[in-house]
Design a protein around this ligand. Sequence first.
Ligand code: MGD
Ligand code: MGD
Ligand code: SF4
Ligand code: MO
Length: 697
Amino acid sequence: MTDTHCPYCALQCAMTLTPTGPDSVGVSGRDFPTNKGGLCRKGWTSTELLRHPDRLQTPLLKDDDGVHRPVSWEHALGLIRDTVRKVRAQYGADAIGVFGGGGLTNEKAYQLGKFARLALGTSRIDYNGRFCMSSAAAAANRAFGLDRGLPFPLADLGSARTILMLGSNTADTMPPFVQHLQGARDAGGLIIVDPRRSATAQFTADGQGVHLQPAPKTDLALLLGITHVVITEGLVSRPYIAGRTRGYEAITRSVAAWWPERVQAVTGVPAETIRKTAHRLAEPGGTYILTGRGVEQHTNGTDTATAAINLSLLLGLPGTPGSGYGTLTGQGNGQGGREHGQKADQLPGYRKITDPAARKHMAEVWGVPEEAIPGPGLPAVELLASLGKPGGVHCLFVHGANVAVSAPNAATVLDGLRSLDFLVVCDFFLSETAAEADLVLPVLQWAEEEGTMTNLEGRVLRRRKALAPPAGTRSELWIMSRLAELLEAPSSFSDDPETVFTELRAASAGGLADYSGVDYAMLDDGEPAYWPYPTGSNGTPRLFLDRFAHPDGRAVLHPVAPSSVAGVAPRGTLTLATGRLLEHYQSGTQTRRVGDLLATSDSQVIQIHPVTAAGLGITDNAEVEIGNGRGTVTARAQLTTTVRQDTVFLSFHFPGAGNANLLTSDETDPVSGMPEFKTTRVTVRAHRSAGTEAVAV
Ligand SMILES: Nc1nc2c(c(=O)[nH]1)N[C@H]1C(S)=C(S)[C@@H](COP(=O)(O)OP(=O)(O)OC[C@H]3O[C@@H](n4cnc5c(=O)[nH]c(N)nc54)[C@H](O)[C@@H]3O)O[C@H]1N2
Ligand SMILES: Nc1nc2c(c(=O)[nH]1)N[C@H]1C(S)=C(S)[C@@H](COP(=O)(O)OP(=O)(O)OC[C@H]3O[C@@H](n4cnc5c(=O)[nH]c(N)nc54)[C@H](O)[C@@H]3O)O[C@H]1N2
Ligand code: SF4
Ligand SMILES: [Mo]
């Protein structure tokens, strides 16, 4: 029996793997404070992929006819060495790019940042967390001086009387999480903000809470409206504002013009509901405000998350026991993945790559001169836009992302991938991105490797090996260490996870995300390890109890305003929102290969209101086309009153003609670099039937 954690999302449900044969394991949920023994359907079926027939078992090289053929590891790695040298000589080291993932273990994420900068010598590394946590992270950094998704243990939520969740659908995205919402439901205080009556919003029925259903991308106005009421109706926590924050005056000015009736006109949420929400949040008994991708994956995502934080500060929630603000990290290691240096502007320990002290520290840990560490690179969307372009990336390494499906404006990303001189993809399945690769390297799956993951609470967990990997596969640590040797990197690269973790501890020491006091032995003993965990401390389950992470210890209230008021979609136009279904994970590389999950959801479906559908001549289950200037998607219609009449919804779990990202824009948030995943204007029409086209921008 092996105790480990789920391969998928940031809840990192605890599970036990038990041998069921010489080369197979079964899975059961394990009691743990976050999942309390529960798993969702993805977790229950996760072991099916370990010996799936599609599993890659040998390096694959694309021949001149575009067919992938097996090659030896020696040949594959030698080819990479030669190609890297050639590309560097021809265009310079920044022509090599690296794209990482928030699903990688801490060890792999750390080593990938070091590999890019020291072995490849490039600044051009970023990762799919840019698509996920970047807006929330930017907002938390500017308000608190530190970004840990939940600055408190998840189980703390259980005692709350009121929980406001904006743009998060945990009933589908983290099913065992909803246990922690029960206390607030029992107290009638679960408030869900979502343009859809999502599975989570349905928990508010029967007096257990309220569902606010604003037009997409109007949350910023909604939050300013709630804040306006908090200020004008005397609900501000005065001693907290005076003692723990700065910037209050500017906030009062910034929300003055957002009275509830004006906000109603913009969002569609009744003014009376806005007032009641403000009063409920200010009631004693414990209040939490939580955000998810629904409010963060917009070009104003950082400002919207900032508005949520401002509201929480005015109410005195962050750092107050029994109350708080948090954001729900998404990928398995979405938290750790953003701390150890696979971000363009970052060095390990959540250090800034432009900070001379940080560079000096890392140069010492790595045993290289400071000049050997490149400067900041390009955020993900810019990195992908540069593929094959003059001055851009000509050879790309992808570790743990399927950008051909999950990146915005996917058709242009596919063009970029195809215009590269050389594309190397590490994966265990032939994802849509791997299918484009010149060279595919087969790597280990979760149950075949050792390492650590950091869950949505900032708690470091052990991932453990339960099964020997297939003979032809290799660990990514091994791949990086072999390549570093072949490329004569100026620092050493271990292929042993515990050795890499020991180095990561030293690298993180003294940084914001300090792991120096954490080791495998204590994690194996089940000791809770929440960072920052400097050597000699006991870690930090609850942050900000005495001070925030800015030098003066205060949180910063940063005024924000909608730059242009988007508002309720004009009559006759439709807004496309995108997100997740319970059955599938992300680009679907993994879950579309699980029979049970595919049987429940086998192709793209568009959620559309019956009234809207009737106006367009669309019937339930009919095939429809969703289009805009960027592309066209085909999907089956699901008529449902859970979406607003001006909004339709697609998941992004399907490739090809079902890929929602053929429609999304690659316009980004100016602070975080987050693309606009959640809101796109589209035309919807019944498939191939002329004359039924309606509406839209
Ligand atoms: N089943 C499943 N679970 C997952 C994942 C998965 O792919 N599948 N992925 C994991 C990852 S990486 C992540 S990041 C998390 C994401 O977890 P969530 O944030 O819960 O997921 P989403 O479905 O992207 O978005 C949540 C909700 O935002 C709503 N929304 C869309 N636009 C807006 C808007 O403008 N305003 C508001 N208020 N809401 C809006 C959508 O209707 C949706 O119900 O899930 C994790 N868990
Ligand atoms: N329209 C729209 N698009 C979105 C979103 C949205 O809400 N709407 N959400 C965005 C968000 S929040 C996210 S997080 C991204 C996620 O998007 P992706 O990064 O594409 O996510 P995955 O499908 O998890 O891709 C991970 C790939 O790496 C492989 N893999 C898993 N583990 C490992 C590993 O340890 N090593 C290696 N080498 N490979 C591994 C998997 O098989 C898979 O092919 O999508 C974003 N795209
Ligand atoms: S909720 Fe997330 S971590 Fe838990 S079983 Fe499901 S996918 Fe795995
Ligand atoms: Mo994510």
